[in-house]
Write a protein that binds this ligand. Sequence first.
Ligand code: ZN
Length: 488
Amino acid sequence: MEIYNTLTRKKETFEPLHPPHVGIYVCGPTVYGDPHLGHARSAVSFDILYRYLLHKGYKVRYVRNITDVGHLENDADAGEDKLAKKARLEQLEPMEVAKYYTDRYHDMMDALNVRRPGIEPCASGHIMEQIGMVQQILDAGYAYVVNGSVYFDVVKYNRHYHYGVLSGRVVEELLSATRGNLEGQEEKRHSVDFALWKKAPPGHIMRWKSPWSDGFPGWHLECSAMGRKYLGEQFDIHGGGMDLLFPHHESEIAQSEIANGCRPCRYWMHNNMITVNGQKMGKSLGNSIMLEEFFTGRHPLLAQAYAPMTVRFFILQAHYRSTLDFSNDAMQAAEKGLKRLFDAASVIEKLPLLETTDYTAEVDGITQKIYEALDDDLNTPVAIACLFDAVRLVNAASDGKERIGKVAVEQLRQLFNDIVSGVLGLRDDRQAGNNTALLDGVIRMVLDMRAAAKANKDFAASDRIRDELAKLGVVVKDAKEGSSYSLQ
Ligand code: ZN
């Protein structure tokens, strides 16, 4: 299996340090807000890696953390703690905020059929480990204490190692870019240095005793400390979103190199970002769509509600290293495609078992192509395209256009079981009593009838349909291109 290693910037054959064991660490969410499409993309991308390695017979220890302390508003160690701010605004304990959004994250990821990691450590539960690592870095001479805070000396580190090895950033350029812009960071020797420990200001709730001050750990530190605790000083794969490459992962490498004497892992994998109708997704742009909004259709950018499996399938239709552009057209295409896939899966169960070996070689060929695609840096879009070759074959057999032998039928059943539900994690929720697709179909049919009434200038009927739907919690939105709806 080949995976693209961000560290070496090329595809490499994956060789675990201690086969059949594989250790994976993925940066999880900072639990201060509801999960959005970006969270889903990262979780689903690494879920495919996890599932595929398990499918290949590896014994995987999958660690994904929860950040509940130390992530400040500004990545350069300035601003308020994201969680503490939320707690202050909502008059809650930080632990209440963390628990609530951790639960929300779990609920949404469960709906997307993302397998939970084997270990899910949180930063606030590993303060001792983080203090231990800060002490090691201080002892090695690569950190300094100022007014009770501890900073990593990036400039000194870069003299002996390479800060920027992962992201391609150059320390000298970073220094000149940030010259004169040290607001809130006056304690640092250089603007590129980062906090390992911060002294808590008066009134700061999240604080722990340490040899340097009552304070809290720097954001990058938790992943180095928890990765080492559960996966050892060097493990196989570290993953996360591309937005974490710098400074988070770059700084993780520096910390681990000093504390452990080696880089934390051999392969770095990063999933790309999401754009919305071609634009960068962001809270400030108003185009950040929460997962719950997808599931209910309640967001101005959504033409309708989308079932969790549609969201998952939509994510898998792009390679994890490409940007993924959200649009209603793309989502509706995903919804249709997924329905065809599930329909074919149920058709397979009803195919006659003919005593021939017809189409065995064809199904073998499709299966092989799918494994080649997945072995090629988890190329899910190609694997899915090959699955649709199988779908066409199944439909032709069902229509009586092709005679498929029972061996090939058994192979198809195995393929759908292993790949569609096993590796891609696509679960047919229609059979589990989730009637999203059915409901959507019925509402669309009613809207078509209303459009016909309107076309006949029967506005009384058209209005009555709209009002009756509203009573049932279905809000109809009229636009030039036609009507859409959302569920209340
Ligand atoms: Zn991390």
